[in-house]
Design a binder for this molecule. Sequence first.
Ligand SMILES: Cc1cc2nc3c(=O)[nH]c(=O)nc-3n(C[C@H](O)[C@H](O)[C@H](O)COP(=O)(O)O)c2cc1C
Length: 221
Amino acid sequence: MEIIEAIKSRKSIRGYKPTPVPKEILTEILEVATRAPSNINRQPWEFTILGGKVLDDLKQALQEQFLAGVEPDRDFPVKPLTGVYRKRQVEVGIALYQLMGIAREDKEKRNQWWLKQLRAFDAPNAIIVSVDEEINDLWALFDLGAVSQTIALAAVNFGLGTCIQGALVDYPKVVRQITGIPESKKLAIGIAIGYPDWDFPANELKSTRESLANIVTWQGI
Ligand SMILES: Cc1cc2nc3c(=O)[nH]c(=O)nc-3n(C[C@H](O)[C@H](O)[C@H](O)COP(=O)(O)O)c2cc1C
C-alpha cells in the first residue's frame, strides 16, 4: 500500500469485530513500527500486548474504577484544555456523539460511551506503551508518539484499525495490577487494535484538520 494512501486512510476506530488479531501479525506490526526514529536511537518504548482473559479483566477493572467514581490518576497528567484546543476537542466530541445518537444531556448514554471507551471500544487486542522512569523526558515521549503513529499506519496495511487511547492509562494502578507492568515503567498511552466494524456509526467519523494557513509560517519560500 502506498504510504500516502495509508496515512490518509488511517483514522481512529471505535468499533471492532471480535476476531482476535493473530500474534504473528501483531509481531510484524511491532517489528515494522520499531523502525520509528528515536532520539539518539534510545528506543525508549516498551509494549505490553493484551488479549484474551487478561484484556477482558483489564476492561472490567477499568470500568469498575469509573463506576466507583475514582478520579483518573495518570502517570503523565494532562491539563484541561482551553481556547482553540478546547474548541477542537469539543468539535470532535460533538461529531462523535452525533454519529452515535448521544444527546449532550443524556448522561446515561454518555456513561455507556465512556464504559465502551474503557473497554478499548471492545477491541480484541490492546497495546500499552510504556517508558522506563529513568528516561521519561520530552524526547522519550516524542519517540513514543512516533512509534505509536507507526503502529497505527502499519496496522492499516493488514486491514486493521486502531485507536490511540489516553483513557486506557487513566488508572495506572489497575493496569499494573492486571498486567504486571512494574511501577518503574510509566504508562504513556494505550492503543486499541482489531478489525474494524465498518457498520459501527462512530467509524464513519472523518475528523477535521486546521487549515495550513492557520498553522504554517513560510519564510524565504
Ligand atoms: C495522545 C492521544 C490520546 C488519545 N486519546 C483518546 C481517547 O482516550 N479516546 C478516544 O476516543 N480517542 C483518543 N485519541 C484519538 C483522537 O481523538 C484522534 O486521533 C483525533 O480526534 C483525530 O482523529 P483521527 O485519529 O480519526 O484522525 C487520542 C489520540 C492521541 C494522539
